[in-house]
Design a protein around this ligand. Sequence first.
Ligand SMILES: NC(=O)c1ccc[n+]([C@@H]2O[C@H](COP(=O)([O-])OP(=O)(O)OC[C@H]3O[C@@H](n4cnc5c(N)ncnc54)[C@H](OP(=O)(O)O)[C@@H]3O)[C@@H](O)[C@H]2O)c1
Length: 199
Amino acid sequence: MKVLVVGASGTIGKLIIKELAPRHEIIEVGKSKGRHQVDITSEDSVRQLFQKVGKIDAIVSAAGSVHFGPLNEMTADQFKIGLHDKLLGQVNLALIGQRYLNDGGSITLTSGSLSHDPVKYGANASTVNAAIDGFIRSAAIEMERGIRINSVSPTVLKESWGVYGPYFSGTDPAPGDKVALAFRKSVEGHQTGQTYRIW
Ligand SMILES: NC(=O)c1ccc[n+]([C@@H]2O[C@H](COP(=O)([O-])OP(=O)(O)OC[C@H]3O[C@@H](n4cnc5c(N)ncnc54)[C@H](OP(=O)(O)O)[C@@H]3O)[C@@H](O)[C@H]2O)c1
């Protein structure tokens, strides 16, 4: 399969590529790195990406930022970071990308465990992750031509523990290869409307 991976240079993106590359043609996409560049927050940029790349079999997204910070100082503009970037950015990839998928293709987005297992400073991330899982659940019932859509919801990865660990006291971090397998299941399997929780 021809698999477009957005966020290819990231911690999760690299693990996904390691898992999928032995069996598939990977098109690496990033904001500044990779074979192609895209800013998922811009519909124009996403459209240009798909026009350049043409027909594909799978879209995988491991990109998107959220605002992390104390609730009593949080502003609407800070809250919008997650809405515009991680949520709408990935929704842009699905809404525009669906037209560039071959019949039977798939879309896999990334959410995260904070939807159900909140931590201090994570209100924006919890909201956005829950919204992504809600989006794929609903979009799955309308996708045409056998196209499937799922999300992968990891807890903090072992590989990212050095960065996020202090906020996740008492959490058992997820091994990156297990997270990558969930993306493989979404791309190579047959289920749709599913959230694969790695926590
Ligand atoms: N790491 C974890 O423990 C963990 C756990 C649960 C959920 N998640 C979620 O998984 C996703 C990826 O996390 P990560 O830790 O792998 O991130 P990361 O290492 O920071 O990598 C982010 C990747 O996304 C790309 N990117 C950033 N903004 C973009 C934009 N506007 N348009 C297109 N590409 C963009 C970057 O491209 P360039 O490098 O080319 O700039 C990079 O390839 C995030 O949504 C995060 O919330 C992560």
